[in-house]
Design a binder for this molecule. Structure first.
Ligand SMILES: Nc1ncnc2c1ncn2[C@@H]1O[C@H](COP(=O)(O)OP(=O)(O)O)[C@@H](O)[C@H]1O
Ligand SMILES: [Mg+2]
Length: 404
């Protein structure tokens, strides 16, 4: 641990110590950014707490990178205020902001060695050669790259290059580290390993991280808080568990985690009758839809149970059984033709894994688990049983171009 205590104690190299008094490291007050006809950010309010790991999560084009650019100072807001550590930042040039950015493209200098890449920013700040070496060495140890000091970037794997980029940003000890889809170029296994690494590094250095990703699983797994963005707005800013359990909007409910989307008639404030006559007890309403009208309801796969005995559930036929790690995923075709994905732990299965597709089953939905997502869209043929099986930009509503 000595090396970590060392790096933590060091003053910011080449810079007067900042006054660390503000409770929020980054503040947006009604920030909008308009490019020609496109509203990239639409009156966004945001407060990033000191030292937290906050993710900006949303589909491509929702305004994540624009938000980071406004913090870094690469862009100016069209209107509204950006504050860093409680101080107005809009007129502060990027190099004077106590902020560093790690991009998906590592942007390393190919002709410099690893240690020189990391020490580059220190040199620019006039830090002595000896101190540069020491600090760069500490930063490389922090990202677990000891022994690679004299390699050139091209001699390293993608994951290692990303670590160099991280060390290069951390060595400057910024108040805030901005990370724009830094793991996007890595394959699945490496990506998962780096998620754990990044979180560890965050916890060790105590710097505020603002992390951008379009991967909901990644944001949920890594963050203290997640800001879910859509169409230039933050729809919900909350801790990961609440984002998943208590989504504030239909978009958040469908974007984060998996969700079966069914349709039926809203017969009462807390009742929806599905087309096969099943009455669902609705727990929450995310978007008002008039009683008596057709609505979309969402049910998470883990809030359903497939059983073989006739019970209170809906009748259906098993279409597929899949073992997904420690879980069993079952696809049931209901009598009205809709498909429902159900998920249950393999250790407490009501229905065994050996069950044959085609078997008659009953599907129970936990009381109060269904949420009203809003009015049914008129005659929209959407065959996908799972709205959020694999979050991808293509799954999301068409981005509406707005004019200011
Ligand atoms: N320099 C630019 N000129 C014009 N439009 C831009 C520019 N940068 C971003 N946009 C638009 O602003 C919106 C938000 O972009 P961006 O912040 O890059 O989204 P994300 O990072 O979430 O994918 C998109 O519609 C994008 O096309
Ligand atoms: Mg982006």
């Amino acid at each position: 641990m000595a090396r970590l205590i060392g790096i933590r104690r060091l003053e910011q190299p080449g810079r007067a110590p900042a006054q660390r008094v503000a409770e929020h490291d980054v503040t947006f007050r009604e920030v909008s950014k308009v490019y020609d006809e496109t509203v990239a950010l639409d009156r966004v309010d945001l407060e990033v707490r000191r030292g937290e790991f906050l993710s900006l999560l949303g589909p491509s084009g929702c305004g994540k990178t624009t938000s980071l650019k406004l913090v870094a100072g690469f862009e100016r807001p069209t209107s509204g205020d950006v504050l860093i550590a409680g101080e107005a930042a809009v007129d502060v040039p990027p190099h004077r902001r106590d902020v560093n950015t790690v991009f998906q493209s590592y942007a390393l200098f190919p002709h410099l060695t690893v240690v020189d890449n990391v020490a580059y920013g220190l040199k620019q700040r006039g830090v002595s050669r000896r101190e540069r070496r020491l600090l760069a060495q500490q930063a490389l140890e922090l990202v677990d790259l000891r022994g690679r000091e004299h390699h050139r970037p091209a001699q390293l794997s993608g994951g290692q290059q990303q670590r160099v980029a991280l060390a290069r940003a951390l060595v400057l000890r910024p108040r805030v580290l901005l990370l724009d889809e830094p793991l996007g170029a890595l394959d699945h296994k490496l990506r998962q390993a780096m998620q754990i690494e990044l979180r560890r590094i965050h916890d060790e250095v105590g710097i505020t991280f603002v992390f951008v990703t379009h991967d909901q699983g990644e944001a949920i797994a890594m963050s203290d808080r997640v800001a879910v963005m859509n169409n230039g707005r933050i729809e919900q800013l909350d801790d990961p568990q609440r984002i998943y359990d208590v989504p504030a909007t239909p978009f958040v409910a469908e974007f984060v985690g998996d969700m079966n989307v069914l349709e039926g008639l809203r017969t009462a404030a807390d009742r929806v009758q599905l087309d096969d006559g099943t009455l669902l007890h609705v727990g929450r309403v995310l978007d008002e839809a008039p009683a008596g009208g057709r609505v979309r309801v969402g049910v998470r796969p883990e809030h359903t149970l497939v059983v073989q005995d006739e019970g209170s559930g809906r009748r259906g036929r098993l279409e597929a059984v899949m073992v997904v790690g420690h879980e069993l995923q079952l696809v049931v075709v209901m009598e009205d033709g809709t498909k429902v994905v159900s998920r249950q732990s393999r250790t407490d299965t009501a229905v065994g894994e050996a069950l044959e597709p085609g078997t008659r089953v009953w599907l129970e939905i936990a009381p109060g688990a269904a949420v009203v997502l809003g009015p049914a869209q008129p005659a929209q043929a959407d065959a996908a049983p799972l709205a959020a099986a694999a979050p991808s930009p293509a799954r999301n509503p068409q981005r509406k171009e707005k004019t200011a």
